[in-house]
Design a protein around this ligand. Structure first.
Ligand SMILES: Cc1cc2nc3c(=O)[nH]c(=O)nc-3n(C[C@H](O)[C@H](O)[C@H](O)COP(=O)(O)OP(=O)(O)OC[C@H]3O[C@@H](n4cnc5c(N)ncnc54)[C@H](O)[C@@H]3O)c2cc1C
Length: 425
Protein backbone atom coordinates (compact mmCIF):
# COMPACT_ATOMS: atom_id res chain seq x y z
CA UNK A 1 0.00 0.00 0.00
CA UNK A 2 1.32 3.44 -0.91
CA UNK A 3 2.13 5.78 2.00
CA UNK A 4 -0.87 8.03 2.50
CA UNK A 5 -0.07 11.69 3.04
CA UNK A 6 -2.23 13.76 5.38
CA UNK A 7 -2.37 16.42 2.65
CA UNK A 8 -4.00 14.04 0.18
CA UNK A 9 -6.49 12.91 2.83
CA UNK A 10 -7.29 16.58 3.40
CA UNK A 11 -7.87 17.00 -0.33
CA UNK A 12 -10.28 14.08 -0.27
CA UNK A 13 -12.02 15.57 2.75
CA UNK A 14 -12.41 18.90 0.97
CA UNK A 15 -14.02 17.18 -2.01
CA UNK A 16 -16.73 15.53 0.08
CA UNK A 17 -20.07 16.43 1.58
CA UNK A 18 -19.76 13.39 3.86
CA UNK A 19 -17.13 12.62 6.52
CA UNK A 20 -13.79 10.83 6.56
CA UNK A 21 -13.22 8.77 9.70
CA UNK A 22 -9.69 7.63 10.59
CA UNK A 23 -8.05 5.59 13.39
CA UNK A 24 -7.99 7.79 16.49
CA UNK A 25 -11.25 9.60 15.68
CA UNK A 26 -13.82 9.36 18.49
CA UNK A 27 -16.24 7.33 16.36
CA UNK A 28 -13.71 5.12 14.55
CA UNK A 29 -14.35 2.07 16.73
CA UNK A 30 -18.09 2.30 16.14
CA UNK A 31 -17.74 3.04 12.43
CA UNK A 32 -15.69 -0.11 11.78
CA UNK A 33 -18.16 -2.46 13.49
CA UNK A 34 -20.23 -4.84 11.37
CA UNK A 35 -23.03 -7.25 12.27
CA UNK A 36 -20.66 -10.16 12.89
CA UNK A 37 -18.78 -9.11 16.03
CA UNK A 38 -16.03 -11.66 15.32
CA UNK A 39 -14.82 -9.40 12.49
CA UNK A 40 -12.21 -6.91 13.67
CA UNK A 41 -10.96 -5.27 10.50
CA UNK A 42 -9.18 -1.94 10.79
CA UNK A 43 -9.61 0.27 7.73
CA UNK A 44 -7.26 3.18 7.03
CA UNK A 45 -10.18 5.43 6.02
CA UNK A 46 -13.94 5.13 6.33
CA UNK A 47 -15.80 7.54 4.07
CA UNK A 48 -19.38 8.20 5.10
CA UNK A 49 -20.58 9.09 1.61
CA UNK A 50 -23.39 11.65 1.46
CA UNK A 51 -24.08 11.42 -2.27
CA UNK A 52 -22.94 10.00 -5.60
CA UNK A 53 -20.24 12.66 -5.95
CA UNK A 54 -18.68 11.43 -2.69
CA UNK A 55 -18.68 7.87 -4.01
CA UNK A 56 -16.95 8.92 -7.24
CA UNK A 57 -14.33 10.88 -5.26
CA UNK A 58 -13.74 7.92 -2.94
CA UNK A 59 -13.40 5.39 -5.76
CA UNK A 60 -10.94 7.64 -7.60
CA UNK A 61 -8.99 8.35 -4.41
CA UNK A 62 -8.66 4.66 -3.51
CA UNK A 63 -7.63 3.71 -7.05
CA UNK A 64 -5.09 6.54 -7.39
CA UNK A 65 -3.55 5.77 -3.99
CA UNK A 66 -3.43 2.00 -4.43
CA UNK A 67 -5.83 1.42 -1.52
CA UNK A 68 -7.92 -1.69 -1.12
CA UNK A 69 -11.59 -0.70 -1.31
CA UNK A 70 -14.65 -2.20 0.33
CA UNK A 71 -18.31 -1.24 0.06
CA UNK A 72 -20.47 -1.20 3.16
CA UNK A 73 -24.22 -1.36 2.63
CA UNK A 74 -26.02 -2.65 5.72
CA UNK A 75 -22.88 -4.29 7.18
CA UNK A 76 -24.67 -7.64 7.60
CA UNK A 77 -22.37 -9.82 5.55
CA UNK A 78 -21.34 -12.72 7.79
CA UNK A 79 -17.81 -12.73 6.37
CA UNK A 80 -17.47 -9.00 7.04
CA UNK A 81 -17.07 -8.15 3.35
CA UNK A 82 -18.41 -4.62 3.86
CA UNK A 83 -15.16 -3.63 5.55
CA UNK A 84 -11.43 -4.19 5.01
CA UNK A 85 -8.03 -3.96 6.69
CA UNK A 86 -5.81 -0.96 5.80
CA UNK A 87 -8.03 0.15 2.95
CA UNK A 88 -10.81 2.60 2.24
CA UNK A 89 -14.39 1.74 3.18
CA UNK A 90 -17.17 3.38 1.22
CA UNK A 91 -19.92 3.54 3.84
CA UNK A 92 -23.21 4.10 2.06
CA UNK A 93 -25.34 4.46 5.21
CA UNK A 94 -26.10 8.19 4.77
CA UNK A 95 -27.52 7.60 1.26
CA UNK A 96 -30.92 6.67 2.58
CA UNK A 97 -34.04 7.47 0.63
CA UNK A 98 -36.91 5.50 -0.85
CA UNK A 99 -39.09 7.22 -3.44
CA UNK A 100 -42.31 5.37 -4.22
CA UNK A 101 -43.97 6.11 -7.55
CA UNK A 102 -47.38 4.46 -7.22
CA UNK A 103 -48.35 5.36 -10.80
CA UNK A 104 -45.28 3.80 -12.37
CA UNK A 105 -45.30 0.98 -9.81
CA UNK A 106 -41.64 1.52 -8.89
CA UNK A 107 -39.52 2.34 -5.86
CA UNK A 108 -36.16 4.09 -6.20
CA UNK A 109 -33.95 3.18 -3.27
CA UNK A 110 -30.69 4.80 -2.13
CA UNK A 111 -27.67 2.50 -1.81
CA UNK A 112 -27.49 2.98 1.98
CA UNK A 113 -30.99 1.78 2.82
CA UNK A 114 -31.74 -1.29 4.87
CA UNK A 115 -34.87 -3.29 4.09
CA UNK A 116 -36.84 -1.78 6.99
CA UNK A 117 -36.51 1.62 5.27
CA UNK A 118 -37.97 0.23 2.05
CA UNK A 119 -40.79 -1.68 3.79
CA UNK A 120 -41.72 1.44 5.71
CA UNK A 121 -41.98 3.53 2.55
CA UNK A 122 -43.75 0.99 0.32
CA UNK A 123 -46.21 -0.37 2.90
CA UNK A 124 -47.84 3.06 3.20
CA UNK A 125 -48.90 2.67 -0.46
CA UNK A 126 -49.97 -0.99 -0.17
CA UNK A 127 -46.91 -2.29 -2.02
CA UNK A 128 -43.84 -4.40 -1.27
CA UNK A 129 -40.52 -5.38 -2.80
CA UNK A 130 -39.59 -9.01 -1.97
CA UNK A 131 -36.58 -8.93 0.34
CA UNK A 132 -35.32 -11.12 3.19
CA UNK A 133 -36.72 -12.11 6.55
CA UNK A 134 -35.48 -9.29 8.77
CA UNK A 135 -35.48 -5.50 8.44
CA UNK A 136 -31.86 -4.63 9.26
CA UNK A 137 -30.14 -6.34 6.30
CA UNK A 138 -28.73 -3.94 3.71
CA UNK A 139 -30.55 -3.48 0.41
CA UNK A 140 -27.19 -3.42 -1.40
CA UNK A 141 -25.64 -6.72 -0.38
CA UNK A 142 -28.88 -8.69 -0.19
CA UNK A 143 -30.05 -7.56 -3.63
CA UNK A 144 -26.76 -7.99 -5.46
CA UNK A 145 -26.40 -11.53 -4.12
CA UNK A 146 -29.98 -12.53 -5.10
CA UNK A 147 -32.36 -11.93 -2.20
CA UNK A 148 -34.36 -14.76 -0.61
CA UNK A 149 -37.23 -14.11 1.78
CA UNK A 150 -40.90 -14.39 2.75
CA UNK A 151 -42.18 -13.31 -0.68
CA UNK A 152 -39.79 -15.35 -2.87
CA UNK A 153 -42.38 -18.00 -3.76
CA UNK A 154 -44.90 -15.36 -4.81
CA UNK A 155 -42.79 -12.64 -6.46
CA UNK A 156 -39.39 -14.26 -7.04
CA UNK A 157 -35.97 -13.26 -5.74
CA UNK A 158 -35.24 -9.61 -5.02
CA UNK A 159 -33.22 -9.44 -8.27
CA UNK A 160 -36.25 -10.65 -10.22
CA UNK A 161 -37.86 -7.35 -9.20
CA UNK A 162 -34.87 -5.14 -9.99
CA UNK A 163 -35.54 -2.91 -12.99
CA UNK A 164 -32.50 -0.68 -13.04
CA UNK A 165 -29.42 0.34 -11.07
CA UNK A 166 -27.04 3.29 -11.07
CA UNK A 167 -23.43 2.33 -10.64
CA UNK A 168 -20.03 3.96 -10.08
CA UNK A 169 -17.47 1.83 -11.92
CA UNK A 170 -13.83 1.15 -11.04
CA UNK A 171 -12.62 3.99 -13.29
CA UNK A 172 -14.98 6.44 -11.56
CA UNK A 173 -17.54 6.57 -14.39
CA UNK A 174 -21.22 6.71 -13.45
CA UNK A 175 -23.51 4.49 -15.53
CA UNK A 176 -27.01 3.09 -15.60
CA UNK A 177 -27.62 -0.62 -15.93
CA UNK A 178 -30.96 -1.98 -17.06
CA UNK A 179 -32.48 -3.98 -19.92
CA UNK A 180 -31.67 -1.20 -22.44
CA UNK A 181 -28.45 0.36 -21.13
CA UNK A 182 -25.39 -1.73 -20.25
CA UNK A 183 -27.51 -4.87 -20.33
CA UNK A 184 -24.46 -7.09 -19.68
CA UNK A 185 -23.73 -5.22 -16.47
CA UNK A 186 -27.41 -5.43 -15.46
CA UNK A 187 -27.29 -9.20 -15.95
CA UNK A 188 -24.17 -9.51 -13.80
CA UNK A 189 -25.49 -7.28 -11.01
CA UNK A 190 -28.41 -9.66 -10.55
CA UNK A 191 -26.54 -12.21 -8.45
CA UNK A 192 -22.90 -11.22 -9.03
CA UNK A 193 -22.55 -9.28 -5.76
CA UNK A 194 -20.35 -6.21 -5.36
CA UNK A 195 -17.91 -7.33 -8.06
CA UNK A 196 -18.78 -4.74 -10.70
CA UNK A 197 -19.09 -1.36 -9.02
CA UNK A 198 -20.75 0.65 -6.29
CA UNK A 199 -24.50 0.65 -6.77
CA UNK A 200 -25.69 4.08 -5.71
CA UNK A 201 -29.40 3.47 -6.29
CA UNK A 202 -31.77 0.65 -7.20
CA UNK A 203 -35.13 0.84 -9.01
CA UNK A 204 -37.47 -1.99 -8.01
CA UNK A 205 -40.81 -3.12 -9.35
CA UNK A 206 -43.54 -2.75 -6.73
CA UNK A 207 -45.91 -5.59 -5.98
CA UNK A 208 -49.42 -5.02 -4.70
CA UNK A 209 -49.55 -6.50 -1.23
CA UNK A 210 -50.95 -4.94 1.86
CA UNK A 211 -50.88 -7.54 4.60
CA UNK A 212 -49.48 -11.00 5.19
CA UNK A 213 -50.83 -13.62 7.58
CA UNK A 214 -48.34 -15.76 9.36
CA UNK A 215 -45.87 -16.26 12.16
CA UNK A 216 -44.05 -19.21 13.73
CA UNK A 217 -45.61 -22.61 14.42
CA UNK A 218 -43.36 -24.45 16.86
CA UNK A 219 -42.99 -28.17 17.46
CA UNK A 220 -41.07 -30.32 19.94
CA UNK A 221 -37.58 -31.20 18.75
CA UNK A 222 -38.54 -34.87 18.97
CA UNK A 223 -41.05 -34.19 16.16
CA UNK A 224 -38.51 -32.50 13.89
CA UNK A 225 -38.02 -35.39 11.46
CA UNK A 226 -41.78 -35.64 11.05
CA UNK A 227 -42.19 -31.95 10.53
CA UNK A 228 -39.36 -31.79 7.99
CA UNK A 229 -40.65 -34.73 5.98
CA UNK A 230 -44.18 -33.33 5.84
CA UNK A 231 -42.96 -29.78 5.16
CA UNK A 232 -40.64 -30.89 2.33
CA UNK A 233 -43.54 -32.44 0.45
CA UNK A 234 -46.10 -29.78 1.31
CA UNK A 235 -44.27 -26.57 0.46
CA UNK A 236 -43.12 -27.46 -3.07
CA UNK A 237 -46.76 -28.01 -4.07
CA UNK A 238 -48.28 -25.15 -2.05
CA UNK A 239 -49.77 -22.13 -3.84
CA UNK A 240 -47.28 -19.29 -4.46
CA UNK A 241 -49.16 -17.11 -1.97
CA UNK A 242 -47.93 -19.32 0.85
CA UNK A 243 -44.36 -19.40 2.06
CA UNK A 244 -42.77 -20.81 5.16
CA UNK A 245 -39.22 -21.64 6.13
CA UNK A 246 -38.16 -24.43 8.43
CA UNK A 247 -36.02 -23.55 11.46
CA UNK A 248 -34.25 -25.08 14.40
CA UNK A 249 -34.27 -22.43 17.09
CA UNK A 250 -34.17 -21.60 20.76
CA UNK A 251 -37.41 -19.91 21.81
CA UNK A 252 -36.70 -16.28 22.82
CA UNK A 253 -37.46 -15.53 26.49
CA UNK A 254 -40.03 -12.84 25.68
CA UNK A 255 -43.64 -12.37 24.58
CA UNK A 256 -45.47 -13.46 22.45
CA UNK A 257 -43.88 -16.85 23.31
CA UNK A 258 -45.47 -18.57 26.35
CA UNK A 259 -43.22 -18.72 29.40
CA UNK A 260 -43.10 -22.51 29.58
CA UNK A 261 -41.36 -22.53 26.16
CA UNK A 262 -38.80 -19.83 26.90
CA UNK A 263 -35.20 -20.90 26.01
CA UNK A 264 -36.41 -24.32 24.87
CA UNK A 265 -34.79 -25.83 21.76
CA UNK A 266 -37.54 -26.43 19.26
CA UNK A 267 -38.19 -26.67 15.56
CA UNK A 268 -40.75 -24.74 13.63
CA UNK A 269 -42.02 -23.31 10.42
CA UNK A 270 -42.24 -19.57 10.07
CA UNK A 271 -45.19 -18.97 7.77
CA UNK A 272 -46.06 -15.96 5.64
CA UNK A 273 -49.20 -16.03 3.52
CA UNK A 274 -49.95 -13.27 1.05
CA UNK A 275 -53.54 -14.31 0.29
CA UNK A 276 -56.66 -12.66 1.72
CA UNK A 277 -57.54 -13.58 5.30
CA UNK A 278 -60.27 -16.04 4.29
CA UNK A 279 -58.08 -17.76 1.64
CA UNK A 280 -55.20 -17.88 4.13
CA UNK A 281 -57.46 -19.61 6.67
CA UNK A 282 -58.21 -22.29 4.03
CA UNK A 283 -54.51 -22.74 3.22
CA UNK A 284 -53.64 -23.20 6.88
CA UNK A 285 -56.17 -26.05 7.36
CA UNK A 286 -53.88 -28.87 6.10
CA UNK A 287 -50.98 -27.28 8.00
CA UNK A 288 -52.87 -27.49 11.26
CA UNK A 289 -53.99 -31.05 10.47
CA UNK A 290 -50.72 -32.85 9.76
CA UNK A 291 -49.09 -35.74 11.79
CA UNK A 292 -45.44 -36.90 12.62
CA UNK A 293 -42.64 -39.81 12.05
CA UNK A 294 -38.77 -40.64 12.77
CA UNK A 295 -35.23 -39.18 13.26
CA UNK A 296 -32.49 -38.10 10.83
CA UNK A 297 -29.18 -36.15 10.47
CA UNK A 298 -30.76 -32.71 10.86
CA UNK A 299 -32.38 -33.65 14.12
CA UNK A 300 -29.02 -34.53 15.69
CA UNK A 301 -27.74 -31.01 15.02
CA UNK A 302 -31.04 -29.47 16.12
CA UNK A 303 -30.58 -31.12 19.54
CA UNK A 304 -27.05 -29.78 19.69
CA UNK A 305 -27.87 -26.09 18.98
CA UNK A 306 -24.92 -24.49 20.78
CA UNK A 307 -26.45 -21.14 21.85
CA UNK A 308 -29.71 -19.24 21.99
CA UNK A 309 -28.98 -17.22 18.85
CA UNK A 310 -27.78 -20.16 16.75
CA UNK A 311 -30.19 -21.51 14.22
CA UNK A 312 -30.72 -23.42 10.99
CA UNK A 313 -33.13 -22.12 8.38
CA UNK A 314 -34.32 -23.91 5.27
CA UNK A 315 -35.74 -21.38 2.81
CA UNK A 316 -37.97 -22.49 -0.07
CA UNK A 317 -36.71 -20.98 -3.34
CA UNK A 318 -39.24 -22.63 -5.62
CA UNK A 319 -42.45 -20.94 -6.82
CA UNK A 320 -41.96 -17.72 -8.80
CA UNK A 321 -38.16 -17.76 -8.31
CA UNK A 322 -37.90 -21.12 -10.10
CA UNK A 323 -39.79 -19.89 -13.17
CA UNK A 324 -36.91 -17.59 -14.18
CA UNK A 325 -34.36 -19.25 -16.48
CA UNK A 326 -30.92 -20.23 -15.12
CA UNK A 327 -29.14 -17.91 -17.56
CA UNK A 328 -31.57 -14.97 -17.39
CA UNK A 329 -29.66 -13.54 -14.43
CA UNK A 330 -26.28 -14.36 -12.90
CA UNK A 331 -28.08 -16.26 -10.09
CA UNK A 332 -27.78 -19.87 -11.11
CA UNK A 333 -29.77 -22.10 -8.72
CA UNK A 334 -33.19 -21.71 -10.34
CA UNK A 335 -33.76 -25.46 -10.18
CA UNK A 336 -33.03 -25.86 -6.46
CA UNK A 337 -35.88 -26.12 -3.98
CA UNK A 338 -34.03 -24.91 -0.90
CA UNK A 339 -31.36 -22.55 0.35
CA UNK A 340 -30.09 -23.64 3.72
CA UNK A 341 -28.21 -21.53 6.23
CA UNK A 342 -26.59 -22.75 9.43
CA UNK A 343 -25.85 -19.87 11.73
CA UNK A 344 -23.71 -20.18 14.83
CA UNK A 345 -24.19 -16.96 16.80
CA UNK A 346 -23.48 -15.93 20.38
CA UNK A 347 -22.84 -12.54 22.00
CA UNK A 348 -20.17 -14.04 24.31
CA UNK A 349 -16.76 -14.52 22.61
CA UNK A 350 -16.04 -17.32 25.12
CA UNK A 351 -18.50 -19.50 23.17
CA UNK A 352 -16.69 -19.00 19.86
CA UNK A 353 -15.20 -22.50 19.59
CA UNK A 354 -18.49 -24.19 20.50
CA UNK A 355 -20.51 -22.38 17.84
CA UNK A 356 -17.83 -22.75 15.16
CA UNK A 357 -17.55 -26.48 15.74
CA UNK A 358 -21.37 -26.99 15.67
CA UNK A 359 -21.66 -25.03 12.42
CA UNK A 360 -18.72 -26.73 10.68
CA UNK A 361 -19.75 -30.23 11.73
CA UNK A 362 -23.31 -29.59 10.57
CA UNK A 363 -22.02 -28.30 7.23
CA UNK A 364 -19.65 -31.28 6.77
CA UNK A 365 -22.42 -33.76 7.50
CA UNK A 366 -24.95 -32.19 5.12
CA UNK A 367 -22.79 -30.90 2.28
CA UNK A 368 -22.43 -34.27 0.49
CA UNK A 369 -26.22 -34.17 -0.07
CA UNK A 370 -26.29 -30.58 -1.39
CA UNK A 371 -26.28 -29.26 -4.97
CA UNK A 372 -22.58 -28.39 -4.52
CA UNK A 373 -22.34 -24.60 -4.62
CA UNK A 374 -24.09 -22.16 -2.34
CA UNK A 375 -26.19 -19.03 -2.13
CA UNK A 376 -23.51 -16.37 -2.39
CA UNK A 377 -24.99 -14.31 0.47
CA UNK A 378 -24.74 -17.25 2.85
CA UNK A 379 -21.03 -17.86 2.21
CA UNK A 380 -18.46 -16.73 4.76
CA UNK A 381 -15.51 -14.58 3.73
CA UNK A 382 -12.93 -17.35 3.44
CA UNK A 383 -14.57 -20.22 1.55
CA UNK A 384 -12.37 -19.86 -1.51
CA UNK A 385 -12.67 -19.35 -5.25
CA UNK A 386 -13.87 -22.87 -6.02
CA UNK A 387 -16.98 -22.39 -3.89
CA UNK A 388 -17.71 -19.14 -5.74
CA UNK A 389 -17.26 -20.88 -9.12
CA UNK A 390 -19.51 -23.76 -8.07
CA UNK A 391 -22.13 -21.28 -6.91
CA UNK A 392 -22.36 -19.60 -10.31
CA UNK A 393 -22.06 -22.83 -12.28
CA UNK A 394 -22.52 -22.28 -16.02
CA UNK A 395 -22.88 -18.53 -15.49
CA UNK A 396 -19.35 -18.14 -14.11
CA UNK A 397 -17.50 -17.71 -17.42
CA UNK A 398 -19.97 -15.05 -18.55
CA UNK A 399 -19.42 -13.23 -15.26
CA UNK A 400 -15.65 -13.33 -15.82
CA UNK A 401 -16.09 -11.73 -19.27
CA UNK A 402 -18.19 -8.94 -17.78
CA UNK A 403 -15.65 -8.49 -14.98
CA UNK A 404 -12.92 -8.20 -17.62
CA UNK A 405 -14.88 -5.43 -19.30
CA UNK A 406 -15.90 -3.38 -16.25
CA UNK A 407 -13.18 -4.15 -13.69
CA UNK A 408 -10.14 -5.73 -15.39
CA UNK A 409 -7.81 -4.85 -12.48
CA UNK A 410 -10.09 -6.48 -9.89
CA UNK A 411 -10.39 -3.20 -8.02
CA UNK A 412 -13.64 -4.46 -6.45
CA UNK A 413 -12.36 -7.61 -4.77
CA UNK A 414 -13.58 -7.44 -1.18
CA UNK A 415 -16.52 -9.71 -2.02
CA UNK A 416 -17.16 -13.27 -3.19
CA UNK A 417 -14.66 -12.56 -5.86
CA UNK A 418 -15.10 -13.22 -9.56
CA UNK A 419 -11.53 -12.92 -10.77
CA UNK A 420 -10.96 -11.23 -14.12
CA UNK A 421 -8.94 -13.31 -16.53
CA UNK A 422 -7.57 -10.24 -18.35
CA UNK A 423 -5.24 -9.33 -15.47
CA UNK A 424 -4.81 -11.18 -12.21
CA UNK A 425 -4.34 -9.45 -8.87
C1 LIG B 1 -29.14 -11.61 10.52
C2 LIG B 1 -29.05 -11.83 9.04
C3 LIG B 1 -30.19 -12.15 8.33
C4 LIG B 1 -30.11 -12.38 6.95
N1 LIG B 1 -31.24 -12.72 6.27
C5 LIG B 1 -31.20 -12.91 4.94
C6 LIG B 1 -32.39 -13.21 4.21
O1 LIG B 1 -33.47 -13.33 4.77
N2 LIG B 1 -32.31 -13.37 2.88
C7 LIG B 1 -31.13 -13.24 2.21
O2 LIG B 1 -31.13 -13.38 0.98
N3 LIG B 1 -29.98 -12.97 2.87
C8 LIG B 1 -30.00 -12.81 4.21
N4 LIG B 1 -28.83 -12.54 4.89
C9 LIG B 1 -27.57 -12.50 4.14
C10 LIG B 1 -27.39 -11.12 3.52
O3 LIG B 1 -28.06 -11.09 2.28
C11 LIG B 1 -25.90 -10.87 3.26
O4 LIG B 1 -25.26 -10.88 4.50
C12 LIG B 1 -25.66 -9.53 2.56
O5 LIG B 1 -24.32 -9.49 2.16
C13 LIG B 1 -25.97 -8.36 3.45
O6 LIG B 1 -25.96 -7.18 2.74
P1 LIG B 1 -25.41 -5.85 3.45
O7 LIG B 1 -25.54 -4.71 2.47
O8 LIG B 1 -26.05 -5.68 4.78
O9 LIG B 1 -23.90 -6.28 3.66
P2 LIG B 1 -22.49 -5.54 3.73
O10 LIG B 1 -21.72 -6.29 4.76
O11 LIG B 1 -22.62 -4.07 3.90
O12 LIG B 1 -21.90 -5.84 2.28
C14 LIG B 1 -21.74 -7.14 1.85
C15 LIG B 1 -21.24 -7.23 0.42
O13 LIG B 1 -22.16 -6.61 -0.46
C16 LIG B 1 -21.51 -5.66 -1.28
N5 LIG B 1 -22.36 -4.45 -1.34
C17 LIG B 1 -23.22 -3.99 -0.39
N6 LIG B 1 -23.84 -2.88 -0.84
C18 LIG B 1 -23.37 -2.65 -2.09
C19 LIG B 1 -23.63 -1.64 -3.06
N7 LIG B 1 -24.51 -0.68 -2.86
N8 LIG B 1 -22.94 -1.70 -4.23
C20 LIG B 1 -22.05 -2.71 -4.47
N9 LIG B 1 -21.77 -3.66 -3.57
C21 LIG B 1 -22.42 -3.63 -2.40
C22 LIG B 1 -20.18 -5.37 -0.65
O14 LIG B 1 -19.19 -5.24 -1.62
C23 LIG B 1 -19.89 -6.59 0.18
O15 LIG B 1 -19.11 -7.50 -0.56
C24 LIG B 1 -28.87 -12.29 6.26
C25 LIG B 1 -27.71 -11.98 7.00
C26 LIG B 1 -27.80 -11.75 8.37
C27 LIG B 1 -26.56 -11.44 9.12
Amino acid sequence: MAELQETSINELRAALRGRVIQPGDHDYEDARKVYNAMIHKKPRLIVRCADVADIISSVNFARQNGLLLSIRGGGHNAGGLGICDDGLVIDLAPIKYTRVDPTAGTATVGGGCVWGDVDHATHAFGFAVPSGIISTTGVGGLTLGGGIGHLTRKFGLTIDNLLSAEVVLADGRFVKANAEENADLFWALRGGGGNFGVVTSFVFKLNKIDMIYGGPMLYQLSEAADVMKWYREFIVKAPDDLSGFFAFLTVPPAPPFPEHLHLKKMCGIIWACAATESKAAEMFKPIRAFKKPALDLHVRFGHELPSMHSTMHLYPINGAASRVGKSETAWNYRDANWAQVMVGVDPDPANKDKIISWTKNYYDALHPYSAGGAYVNFLMGDEGGDRVKATYGDNYERLVKIKNKYDPDNFFRVNQNIKPSAKKS
